[in-house]
Design a protein around this ligand. Structure first.
Ligand SMILES: NC(=O)c1ccc[n+]([C@@H]2O[C@H](COP(=O)([O-])OP(=O)(O)OC[C@H]3O[C@@H](n4cnc5c(N)ncnc54)[C@H](O)[C@@H]3O)[C@@H](O)[C@H]2O)c1
Length: 411
């Protein structure tokens, strides 16, 4: 038999992590002996335990360690990180550690280092000049970069283990996390999200919206524009279509050719979005259209006026695209990541494509809200390892109007 001493700390009991750890050991053919257990007696206090992990051979132990890592378990006798040099640009050593979206630390030179720019699916690179570790996408690796290999020297902090300790008092968001609300409870969800938006704004924090064109088709663009105008949104992520249809609506009163007042298809309405793009081409850019008064209302108008950072990421479906649409996908991902960096709250509004893209760049401790009419999309987005996610199955137009009315009524 081979044994190792493992540790874990945090909110192990109320989060269910303890039972997950012990069940995983047994299910994977190992055994354990709890050698010490310090139970946090109040919700604010965390617990810590040590166990002796028992496996029939070295390979069983290694596979158990691998399976237990996502629960925040680490070896008591932790070994220093193995750093290997990238053999070329974009070329990590074969055994490179691939990151998760949870807070991560690396054991090196006798101490634990926090990892910067946390995101999933990246390598971890050590920079001797700054004495820091950071997540670096494979495509950004440079020849000679020092890359962390293996997972022995890594410990991660699952959000479940940290949640209770990190929650500020009266954090109403916490009551609803990891639920998918159906129409019945949308009113409650709207109130909680309004509270959260106000809280983030009051502390000078950052709320980022990820937005699809359905917001315009369903009549939600004005409500969202009013949130931008009132200073609740600090970053905007979308694609070509949300801007095209918002601008179409301001110029022609239609979205995808449908009259927004009557709900009927307007005569020649099918060409309106192309005429909207053409008008912007005539001004050279959306910003120039706003500056010259050609575009004088709407979502894109408020975003430009408020000077909040935004990125319209291109896709193969795009008409035009608009001058500001970023068609270089690597550059679009870079801009998305930059806008997400430091966000307190991300609200994903009816766009599977961009919401998943944004989710991939977001650390697990950032609160996220996803609104989509399709429960499968909401579940899929909530299920991406984000520890603090609210999912709402609703028409996005109804949701946004209710949210902006609630905010306005709260003053
Ligand atoms: N003319 C154009 O240039 C054009 C037109 C359409 C899309 N696009 C581009 O294609 C890409 C994908 O577009 P997307 O993000 O719209 O598609 P998507 O399929 O990724 O997401 C649309 C989401 O909206 C949800 N939805 C539909 N009706 C809803 C409602 N009433 N309330 C709430 N949710 C609702 C759907 O369930 C779906 O999950 C984007 O980059 C977009 O800019 C371009």
């Amino acid at each position: 038999m081979v044994t190792r001493t493992l540790c874990a700390e945090g909110h192990l009991i109320d989060s269910g992590l303890l039972s997950n750890i012990l069940n995983t050991i047994l299910q994977k053919g190992g055994d354990y002996r709890i050698t010490s257990f310090d139970i946090g007696k109040t919700p604010e206090k965390s617990s810590k335990f040590e166990i002796e992990l028992i496996g029939k051979d070295e390979s069983t132990i290694n596979s158990l360690l691998h399976a237990l890592k996502p629960f925040g378990v680490y070896e008591q006798e932790v070994t220093q990180a193995v750093l290997m040099r990238a053999s070329g640009d974009r070329c990590a050593p074969e055994t490179f550690y691939s990151s998760s979206n949870h807070r991560t630390e690396v054991f090196y030179q006798g101490r634990w280092y926090g990892v910067l720019h946390q995101r999933m699916d990246a390598s971890l690179v050590y920079d001797p000049a700054t004495d820091t570790f950071a997540c670096v996408k494979l495509r950004d690796l440079k020849q000679g970069d020092l890359v962390v290999c293996g997972s022995e020297s890594i410990r991660i902090f699952p959000i479940e283990a940290e949640r209770t300790a990190n929650n500020e008092t009266n954090d109403s968001f916490a009551f609803m996390t990891n639920e998918v609300s159906s129409e019945r409870s949308v009113d409650i969800a709207v109130k909680k999200i309004a509270d959260e938006l106000r809280r983030v704004k009051a502390k000078g924090g950052k709320t980022v919206v990820v937005c699809g064109p359905v917001v315009v088709h369903t009549g939600g663009a004005d409500a969202l524009a009013s949130l931008v105008r009132m200073g609740y949104i600090q970053g905007f992520l979308g694609g070509n279509a949300v801007a095209v249809h918002d601008i179409e609506m301001r110029f022609f009163g239609t979205s995808l050719g449908v009259d927004m007042n009557t709900g009927k298809v307007a005569e020649h309405g099918h060409s309106h979005h192309m005429r909207a793009i053409n008008k912007i081409y005539g001004c050279k850019s959306i910003k120039a259209a706003v500056d010259t008064g050609v575009l004088n209302s709407g979502l894109m108008y408020e975003i430009v006026k408020a000077n909040i950072p935004y990125c319209l990421a291109g896709s193969i479906r795009d008409d035009g695209p608009l001058p500001e649409t970023v068609t270089d996908m690597i550059e679009a991902q870079r801009q998305y990541a930059q806008i997400i960096d430091g966000a307190d709250l991300i609200i994903m509004l009816s766009t599977m494509l961009h919401a998943i893209g944004a989710g991939n760049m977001t650390p697990s401790w950032v609160k996220t809200v996803c609104i989509d009419i399709n429960p499968a999309v909401v579940t899929k987005l909530n299920d991406r390892g984000s520890g603090q996610a609210i999912g709402i199955v609703s028409d996005v137009g109804l949701f946004l109007r209710a949210l902006s009315d609630t905010i306005a009524s709260l003053g």
